[in-house]
Design a protein around this ligand. Structure first.
Ligand code: NAG
Length: 319
């Protein structure tokens, strides 16, 4: 079971050297490589680029031609199955948990628009949102912070790279979404493609994707520590009918009917478009493959780098 859920990534037509010493975290290594100085600000900038690109798709043309369709893309595809995660973000699904228990009566799911801080426009300017009080700001900054911890950023938890301030259990956050395997894997794939578009090495993408798959992509996974300050928490995000069960399943710890959540309801304001926003019933892949197609020969064979990166700059190769 060691290789379950591993992404096999084929970079066609390029040679990106890894060269990352095992003592250097993925976050620190690529911050230095892409943004030069390994400061908290630059680590946070790296996470901003990575997450924003995964969420809205590549918003500049990557030098290596890697296309990132984006998490919000309503025409996503995973394993030949259409995937549309947009209704979870724009309030069209009544799927947001704002409480602490799976309790449809006393803590019912809500329709929340997470694109209320300017939508894609601020993300294209390498910002989380145009409005710091928006749900969008809350979500995006939490993603930067969470992935910062996951990728081992050495400046995580400092003034310029605040520690993750959200709900510890990602099962809790996603308990009303009833996400299926294709939906979770589509999300993970976008993170992998985003990293690939910045020249992150295949071996490092595999490490990240495997961690995400193992932590979130199974039903009933036992408690795990991702955010050190929060200790072990329930993190299974895959709660739909086709999610593979964790080999060490602890379903009795999950209060949503032993790890199973139903599909969310469609919000009234989106009823007319409900048929197109409902995900079709998917298949259940135990293992999956991301094929990254590099359509252009990069101008350099290492990763791209960017000196003195400023908000609004375009991504450029070093030479
Ligand atoms: C995203 O990447 C693809 C492939 O390189 C490219 O054709 C497309 O123009 C890029 N999108 C933007 C908005 O730059």
């Amino acid at each position: 079971m060691l290789f379950r859920g591993i992404i096999s990534l084929s970079l066609i037509g390029t040679a990106i050297a890894t060269g990352r010493p095992s003592s250097t975290s993925i976050c620190d290594y690529y911050t230095t490589g892409l943004l030069k100085d390994n400061t908290a600000k630059n680590q946070y900038a790296l996470l901003t680029l990575l997450v924003n690109t995964a969420v809205i798709g590549n918003y500049t043309e990557p030098s290596n031609g890697v296309l990132v369709p984006g998490i919000l893309n309503p025409k996503g595809m995973y394993n030949g199955v259409p995937v549309n995660l947009l209704p979870y973000f724009n309030g069209c699904f009544v799927s947001t948990n704002t409480g602490e228990a799976y309790d449809l009566k006393n803590n019912p799911p809500k329709s929340v628009n997470f694109l209320d801080g300017g939508g894609a426009a601020p993300l294209m300017n390498n910002m989380p949102a145009s409005d710091m009080t928006s749900a969008q700001y809350f979500l995006l900054t939490h993603l930067y912070q969470y992935f910062g911890a996951l990728l081992g950023c050495s400046k995580y938890g400092t003034t310029d790279f605040p520690a993750y301030g959200g709900e510890g259990s990602l099962y809790r956050v996603h308990q009303y979404m009833g996400l299926d395997s294709n939906e979770v894997n589509y999300f993970i794939t976008q993170v992998g493609l985003s990293a690939a578009s910045f020249g992150v090495a295949q071996s490092d993408i595999n490490i990240v994707a495997s961690t995400l798959s193992k932590t979130f992509g199974y039903k009933c996974s036992p408690p795990v520590t991702i955010i050190p300050a929060q200790g072990p928490v329930l993190d299974s995000i895959c709660t739909g009918s086709n999610c593979p069960k964790d080999p060490n399943a602890k379903c009795e710890l999950y209060d949503n009917n032993y790890g199973n959540s139903p599909r969310p309801a469609v919000a009234p304001q989106c009823m007319s478009q409900s048929s197109s926003s409902m995900a079709p019933s998917p298949t259940c892949p135990g293992q999956y493959t991301v094929t990254v197609t590099v359509t252009k020969k990069p101008k350099q064979t290492h990763m791209w780098c960017h000196k003195n990166w400023q908000s609004g700059d375009e991504h450029k190769w070093c030479n």
